[in-house]
Design a protein around this ligand. Structure first.
Ligand SMILES: CCCCC/C=C\C/C=C\C/C=C\C/C=C\CCCC(=O)SCCNC(=O)CCNC(=O)[C@H](O)C(C)(C)COP(=O)(O)OP(=O)(O)OC[C@H]1O[C@@H](n2cnc3c(N)ncnc32)[C@H](O)[C@@H]1OP(=O)(O)O
Length: 141
């Protein structure tokens, strides 16, 4: 996906519904759409300047999305409480046979701000390759 920061804490991302993303016949798989929402809302959180992980993500699939559609996702920060960042996003078909102003799916997500050490226990699994870095069982962690 490609992202653009707009005014305020909002990002816009575009994704083409390629054939390899097919779920039901001729339409995009809901899991792909979910991943794209996760990425877009996560990217909005990155504008805060801290790393986050997804805690909770809820999608409403309002319309089937034909393969070949160009999708535009818009995501924003709705609020923050302590480490919790509340986000929302919607998607429209902006190019293709089904293009219109109608919102075809929406998402609400809770992201949690994390420290870099969050990933330390997983270092040995990065890219599935042994890294020689400390592991879960290492008492020095
Ligand atoms: C994946 C990359 C992220 C790294 C970023 C770094 C660089 C990346 C650069 C560019 C990338 C740019 C954009 C993309 C970014 C992100 C998009 C993809 C993100 C993912 O795809 S990421 C994978 C899936 N994700 C996980 O792998 C999380 C697994 N999970 C955990 O690691 C823990 O579960 C954690 C950390 C979430 C919380 O654990 P914790 O111990 O730190 O916090 P704790 O439990 O104390 O909760 C504190 C307060 O949050 C509330 N709370 C917690 N969870 C809640 C829930 N589910 N629902 C409602 N409330 C919840 C509590 O109720 C409490 O609330 P209160 O403050 O009011 O008491």
């Amino acid at each position: 996906m490609h992202f653009t920061a707009t005014e305020g804490i909002e990002v816009v991302g575009r994704l083409t519904a390629e054939s390899r993303y097919q779920g039901g016949p001729g339409v995009i798989h809901g899991g792909i759409l979910t991943t794209a929402f996760d990425e877009t809302q996560g990217m909005a959180c990155m504008l805060l300047g801290t790393a986050v992980v997804t805690g909770h993500l809820q999608i409403d699939f309002a319309r089937p999305i034909p393969l070949g559609s160009v999708l535009e996702f818009r995501a924003r920060i709705d609020g923050m409480i302590r480490r919790k960042v509340y986000t929302s996003s919607e998607v429209r078909i902006v190019e293709g046979a089904a293009a219109s102003d109608e919102i075809v799916a929406t998402s609400r997500g809770l992201f949690l701000k994390i420290k870099p050490e969050h990933f330390t226990p997983m270092q040995e699994f990065v890219d599935g390759q042994p890294t020689g870095l400390p592991t879960f069982g290492d008492s020095t962690l």
